[in-house]
Design a protein around this ligand. Structure first.
Ligand code: GLA
Length: 662
């Protein structure tokens, strides 16, 4: 198992290199990632290349470790920006982003693509065949830090060309977008704007098409680097990109198809956040990585190890957090962990993006914790990686649906990712493994498919899902299902559209609730606040599980279940986690899945090995000790026998194994 550190020799006094090698070896490091921000060192002037420093680095560190090199295109040099300012991205307000930080480029600049192809090729020609260079990372965190969209002239020209290829005729585009509305009808491609700032709001179809364009542009930018690298690197070397899986105009699952591995930068907490994200969010991120490559293992190319932040310094990971977050990633499919960063920088914007060793260079608590985790994973990591991650439960996600919601959130209380993670996390809390599925993925192996917030339709997924339901599949839908067609227009079916007959309901009215508003939902004796949205459901064959408790629609159905062939449950409002627990537990149980609500903040993940079941129990609470009842006799990976009640102290991790059939 690859275990390593992100290292910046260009930011580290040469006199420290030998000490760093010694300390890295003491940790158990076998791989280091470098060079992803080193363009100016390699090309100090236009067309003049100097690899002498990096030759020394690759030789010095290559004596001891394998190496992943980053192409340096996230930081174009000052001389290049001075020569070609069109490379700089432009905000929707028309402000050109200044040189002075990073990610200061638009992928739609043909000139920039030429320079990126050249520096990538020069690096690959230099190091592509080096036996210790085992992998290449393209760029760094595409689209991150607001760099996923650019609204400049070069972007507009590229967008118009993209539209012409997609719609072929202006008539088709005008019809698709409904441009007769507010007199937008376009009579020339050059009239079509990138969605810069307007007084009101842009056409929803233009907005989602612009997101699709931005995503395609980044994907082709990445593919240019992949295609440049491939013929110049040794055949065992891999190409990856470190994704950040956030609400960007990038379809990272599509991009993953062009990579040998998905990599992910795992920061459960960053900057000014007072505490880490809920553990279900991080679990969701890992499931996205594994599922976007059809279950293939991924790399955590940056694993938080110290408090992170630029001008504001973030949360200090508690003793045990590094180990907990590492095992959570491994449990959900990470087959390599690279810790960010080995040594803190003495200068630059990231002086306080702490790593394993702080500015005084002394190995302390974090060093010892990483060392302990690496020793565990050097002992058991390959066995875990070889064990299969299997799931009976799938949760549907489509980046384009996220975009549509982002442009039309309905309520000031709505945040897509937060709501999505709530509907995903309710399954995780029941102690079941979960997969994420995308348009085009098969569903027939799952006992339950959860389809949260399915607002923007996808014809491919619709067909797969209907086939799954017709064959007895069990589904959970949530509010605002079936509203839009794929070009982000409302269709004319009574909601939930195509799925009305399967859900056994009709939605004749609905209400958006702003942050200051709420209703309530009553499910037997259980009462939940109803926030964000209320679908007023009329059963058409479905059983009513819960009703609204207030307003003119008091007593109207809020949650229903229809046994079509399997169960089709519809959750018509944003009810609280406790009510989701109730609804999910029943849906999972009826689907024949062994579901048991875990204690708060406790996570369970199973891996199926050769003749044995490996189970991770992880307590993400920093305060509360919880306990779980073990079913049967288990052993720790070190051979200690465990039965009965397992006590999980704060931030505890237990890796247990049980012979299959025990
Ligand atoms: C991101 C980047 C790194 C660094 C860290 C700091 O993940 O990839 O270059 O900026 O954040 O937390």
């Amino acid at each position: 198992m690859y275990l390593g550190v992100d290292y910046y020799p260009e930011q580290t006094d040469r006199a420290l290199w030998n000490e760093d090698v010694r300390l890295m070896k003491e940790l158990g490091v076998n791989v280091i990632r470098m060079a992803e921000f080193a363009w100016t060192m390699m090309e100090p002037a236009d067309g003049e290349f100097d690899f002498s420093f990096w030759d020394e680095v690759v030789e010095t560190f290559g004596e001891h470790f394998d190496i992943v090199l980053g192409t340096p295109t996230a930081t174009p040099p000052a001389w290049l920006i001075e020569k070609c300012p069109e490379i700089l991205p432009v905000t929707k307000d028309g402000v050109r982003i200044s040189f002075g930080a990073r990610r200061h480029y638009t992928v739609n600049s043909p000139i920039y693509r030429e320079y990126c192809e050249r520096i990538t090729r020069k690096m690959a020609e230099r190091y592509g065949r080096h036996p210790r260079v085992i992998g290449w990372q393209t760029d760094n965190e595409y689209g991150h830090e607001q760099s996923d969209r650019s609204y400049g002239d070069v972007d507009q020209v590229a967008f118009q060309a993209w539209l012409k290829e997609r719609y072929e005729t202006l008539d088709a585009l005008n019809a698709a977008w409904g441009t007769v509305f507010w007199s937008h009808t376009y009579t020339a491609w050059t009239q079509i704007p990138v969605p810069r700032t307007v007084f009101q709001e842009h056409n929803p179809s233009l907005l989602v098409d612009f997101d699709r364009f931005c995503s395609d542009a980044y994907r082709s930018f990445n593919k240019l680097q992949v295609d440049t690298l491939r013929p110049l690197i040794h055949e065992d070397a891999f190409i990856t990109h470190n994704l950040v899986y956030s609400d960007m105009a990038i379809n990272q699952q599509q991009m993953a198809q062009d990579l040998d591995y998905v990599s992910f930068d795992n920061y459960p907490v960053w900057g000014g956040l007072p505490e880490p994200n809920r553990f279900e969010k991080t679990a969701h991120d890992h499931d996205l990585c594994r599922s976007s490559k059809q279950g293939k293992g991924f790399w955590v190319m940056e694993q938080l190890s110290g408090a992170q932040g630029w001008s504001r310094i973030g949360y200090l990971p508690r003793p045990g957090h590094i180990r907990l977050w590492t095992h959570q990633a491994v449990a959900r499919g990470a087959e390599a962990i690279v810790y960010f960063r080995f040594r803190a920088a003495d200068f630059g914007t990231e002086e306080f993006c702490h790593g394993i060793i702080d500015h005084d260079g002394k190995p302390k608590r974090k060093f010892e914790e990483v060392k302990h985790v690496m020793s565990e994973l050097h002992a058991h990591g390959d066995m875990i990686n070889a064990a299969t991650y299997k799931s009976d439960v799938a949760v549907y996600f489509d980046q384009e649906n996220l975009w549509a919601w982002t442009h039309q959130p309905h309520s000031d209380a709505f945040n897509f990712k937060q709501e999505f993670v709530r509907f995903y996390g309710a399954a995780v809390r029941q102690g079941v493994n979960t997969d994420i599925v995308f348009p085009g993925d098969a569903l027939d192996s799952y006992k339950l498919v959860i389809v949260p917030l399915y607002f923007l339709g996808n014809d491919v997924f619709d067909e797969t899902l209907i086939d799954y339901i017709e064959n007895g599949g069990n589904v959970i839908f949530t509010y605002r299902t079936g509203v839009k067609d794929p070009i982000n227009r409302c269709h004319n079916l009574t909601l939930p559209g195509k799925f009305a007959e399967y859900a056994g309901i009709e939605i004749d009215e609905y209400e958006s609730l702003q942050t200051v508003q709420s209703n309530e939902v009553r499910l037997g004796d259980q009462v939940s606040e109803a926030n964000i949205w209320c679908d007023l459901i009329t059963p058409k064959g479905a059983e009513v599980l819960a009703t609204y408790g207030q307003a003119f629609y008091k007593g109207t159905a809020a949650i229903t279940r229809h046994t079509y062939k399997g169960d089709v449950t519809y959750i018509g409002s944003s009810v609280d986690d406790a009510m989701l627990d109730t609804v999910y537990h029943e849906a999972l149980t009826r689907a024949g899945i062994d579901a048991n609500r875990l204690p708060d903040d406790v996570e369970k993940v199973d891996r199926h090995g050769d003749g044995q079941l490996i189970r991770f129990y992880m307590n993400h609470s920093t305060e509360v000790t919880s306990s779980v009842e073990l079913d049967g006799t288990w052993q720790t990976l070190d051979g200690e026998t465990m039965t009965g009640t397992l006590e999980l102290e704060p931030l505890a991790v237990f890796l247990l194994k049980q012979e299959v059939g025990a």
